[in-house]
Design a protein around this ligand. Structure first.
Ligand code: PLP
Length: 390
């Protein structure tokens, strides 16, 4: 986008300003209805013929959901967006709109585990093959791409935090006429705008930072009007994972504070990651902001990162000693959370292997919420001490 605005200011303006609501209300209404009625026969037929664009049934079009979609499309610099009932619904509907039996997908490894499992179960049954590549190795990606239908990325990945040169990889796929999809949940549109880096479709688990308050499960995909139109015409109505009006309203409310929340998550998480890196009982910290430069295309870092404790540190005692970090999956909300690596490794759903996710049993994933940094650090420090003694 070439409007001369700083990306953070642009995101804040989009998130905060929208006008034209009934009664000049500053907050949009929740249009909580399943259907819309017509004044007469002709109006109904004209609407079905597509001569008039207006809501008919909420699974197809709902004004509150539409407002969220428009805001998200603007934040991502995309032509259009569609909201879904969950991030997984956005992922499955997007992928199924572009592949058919016999096709092949190239995906980066260390994906979000349920996306990996979707590929290894339903897509496998449909004879859709997935080739996993190390997205940090451009040569490996270039070799795998010819003949593929879709290139699926997550950057950074959400546990071991692999980062990729998104623009370089998207260019490789574009040269082969392959559609590129990215899961951008970790960075949010405040810290990464993949469309400007050449990516075609951008997916979010809106349950994370977009919502921001751990009170909604939702998803969204943004891209060109043409590609979103393809998803909207089939996968969206027939797979039916529709975002509800109330959840869309919660997401709109979440977006208002997304830019400032992201800055707060970034500041606190980076401070904690640096201190953990210096801690003698910590082996490695996986956080994309610890190098001298941010990875290409990333404008900032979020609150999610992981670390591996040294042999002999008892992860169970560490987890049970924490007071402010709660044990809980998901991330992106106001609260700080931890997930021990063992949780992902213990899940029975197949396919599942430690190598596929890159997760070690000595690893712990942290989501740094909006509490004070010093309180969070004293919590972590005390828990590491407790886990190493006796
Ligand atoms: C990186 C990432 N992508 C997608 C999803 C799936 O989103 P949802 O839980 O909203 O279906 C998650 C959920 O944890 C995730 O962490």
């Amino acid at each position: 986008m070439n409007d001369g605005l700083d990306p953070f200011d642009r995101a804040s303006l989009i998130a905060v300003h929208d006008e034209g609501h009934a009664f000049d209300a500053v907050v949009p209404p929740i249009v909580q209805t399943s259907l819309f009625t017509f004044k007469d026969y002709d109006e109904m037929i004209a609407s079905y013929r597509g001569e008039r664009v207006r809501p008919i049934y909420t699974r197809g079009l709902n004004p509150t959901v539409r407002l969220f979609e428009e805001m998200l499309a603007k934040l991502e610099g995309a032509g259009d967006a569609i909201g879904f009932a969950s991030g997984m619904s956005a992922i499955s509907s997007t992928v199924l709109s572009f592949v058919e039996p016999g096709d092949r997908i190239v995906a980066v490894k260390h994906l979000y585990p349920d996306a990996f499992r979707l590929f290894g179960t339903h897509l496998k049954r449909m004879r859709i093959e997935v080739t996993y590549v190390d997205g940090r190795d451009e040569e490996e990606v270039a070799k795998a791409l010819p003949g593929a239908k879709l290139f699926y990325m997550e950057s950074p990945t959400s546990w071991v935090m692999d980062t990729h040169d998104v623009a370089a990889l998207a260019a490789l796929a574009k040269a082969q006429g392959i559609v590129t999809v990215i899961d951008n949940s970790w960075a949010s549109p405040v810290f990464q705008q993949p469309i400007s880096l050449g990516v075609d479709l951008v997916i979010h688990s809106a349950s994370k930072y977009l919502g921001g308050h751990s009170d909604v499960v939702a998803g969204v995909v943004a891209g060109s009007t043409e590609l979103i139109g393809r998803i909207r015409s089939e996968a969206y109505p027939y797979l039916g994972g529709k975002l509800s009006p109330f959840d869309a309203w919660l997401l709109i409310r979440g977006l208002r504070t997304l830019p400032i929340r992201m800055k707060a998550h970034e500041r606190s998480a980076l401070a904690l990651a640096r201190r953990l890196q210096d801690h003698p009982l910590v082996e490695t910290v996986c956080h994309p902001g610890l190098g001298n430069h941010l990875p290409p295309g990333l404008l900032g870092t979020s609150g999610l990162f992981s670390f591996i404790v040294r042999d002999g540190v008892d992860v169970r005692r560490f987890a049970d000693h924490l007071q402010f970090f709660k044990l809980g999956v998901s991330w992106g909300g106001h609260e700080s959370l931890i997930v021990p690596g063992e949780v992902v490794l213990a899940q029975k759903a197949q396919p599942n292997s430690a190598a596929a996710f890159g997760i070690s049993p000595r690893s712990v994933r942290l989501h740094v919420g909006l509490e004070g940094t010093e309180a969070l650090w004293s919590d972590l420090e005390a828990a590491i001490d407790a886990a190493s003694s006796g």
